[in-house]
Design a protein around this ligand. Structure first.
Ligand code: F6P
Length: 321
């Protein structure tokens, strides 16, 4: 392997820049030429590929978003698109790729390897933390800290006005953003798609907790069957005298400076990804399991496993008195 290229794909996540930096600098450290592919797989298909050096990734470790830009490519989902992508790879003599993204990114990578036999290593970059083969994905820690900061602020208003706030958070079909942010903001209930919602229990909990506190917060994962607005309606119809508000946090959860944890994670996985390629690995995602860089085949990494730790859901209940 002499020439490698890196891209970011899918939703942006804080720490992607730290990952790009780590890939570029590890490549240079090992004497490789490194290219950057802009706009995810779209750039691979259209040939939007630039040469990168150590300076091109200076002063980006602390920046949110991705300097390479990102996309969810429709063209790369087609055989014709992937064929064009391969022709671009060949014309620049690119020997291997590092792709940073989530399950869509790795599904595309697996298909590309199968058809064109090119070595690819993945790095988990998504705020959702919904991949197997890593304890945490790059961007998740920053996103949950952003949620915590927002919920703490909303708590001030909830407390001042004696209100119930329903706060909807991202995560696609995963409840992991909701669960951790719920525990750390002292939420009275957390609704996640992985678990059946027991509305009776929630209503009882709200009623009971009224004696001890004037504000109540319910975190609802966006993948919940009902969603924040419907949950609010249910609470209002059960307790017509409650002052209920809904806040949907949206894309603020994707932006901002990456946390220390995300910068370190992205740096470790970037080094691991490039060194993995040099050791002959392909078709795997570099993740961190129990503190060690570990490689998991794409086919396993993208399996949406139920990572919910029921100790965490119990904690919400026990501490919501
Ligand atoms: O995968 C990251 C994520 O932010 C999800 O939590 C959310 O469901 C989705 O992307 C939103 O995507 P978009 O930015 O395309 O609206």
């Amino acid at each position: 392997i002499k020439n490698i290229a890196v891209l970011t794909s899918g939703g942006d996540a804080p720490g992607m820049n730290a990952g790009i930096r780590a890939v570029v600098r590890t490549g240079i450290y090992h004497g490789l030429n490194v290219f950057g592919i802009r706009h995810g797989y779209d750039g691979l298909v259209s040939g939007d590929i630039i040469s990168m050096d150590a300076k091109s990734v200076a002063n980006i470790i602390q920046r949110g978003g991705t300097i390479l830009k990102t996309a969810r490519s429709e063209e790369f989902k087609t055989y014709e698109g992937r064929k064009k992508a391969y022709e671009n790879v060949k014309s620049l003599n690119i020997d291997a790729l590092v792709v940073i993204g989530g399950d869509g990114t790795f599904t595309g990578a697996a298909k590309f390897i199968e058809e064109f036999d090119i070595p690819i290593i993945g790095m988990p970059g998504t705020i959702d933390n919904d991949l197997a083969g890593t304890d945490f994905t790059i961007g998740y820690d920053t996103a949950i800290n952003t949620v915590v900061d927002a919920v703490d602020k909303i708590r001030d208003t909830a407390e001042s006005h004696d209100r119930v706030f329903i706060i909807e958070v991202m995560g696609r079909d995963s409840g992991l953003i909701a669960l951790r942010s719920g525990i750390s903001t002292g939420a009275e209930a957390v609704l996640i798609p992985e678990l059946e919602v027991d509305y009776d229990a929630i209503m009882k909990r709200l009623d009971k907790s009224r004696k001890n506190k004037s504000s109540r917060i319910i975190i609802v994962a966006e993948g919940d069957k009902e969603g924040g607005l419907v949950v609010a309606d249910k609470i209002k119809s059960n307790f017509p005298n409650y002052d209920v508000r809904v806040s949907i946090l949206g894309h603020i959860q994707r932006g901002g400076k990456p946390s220390c944890m995300d910068r370190v994670l992205a740096s470790r996985l970037g080094v691991g990804a490039v060194e993995g390629l040099l050791e002959g690995r392909r078709g795997e995602m570099a993740g961190l399991i129990s503190g060690n860089v570990t490689f998991t085949p794409f086919s396993k990494a993208i399996k949406h496993i139920n990572k919910i730790n029921t100790d965490l859901t119990r904690i919400v209940e026990i501490l919501s008195l």
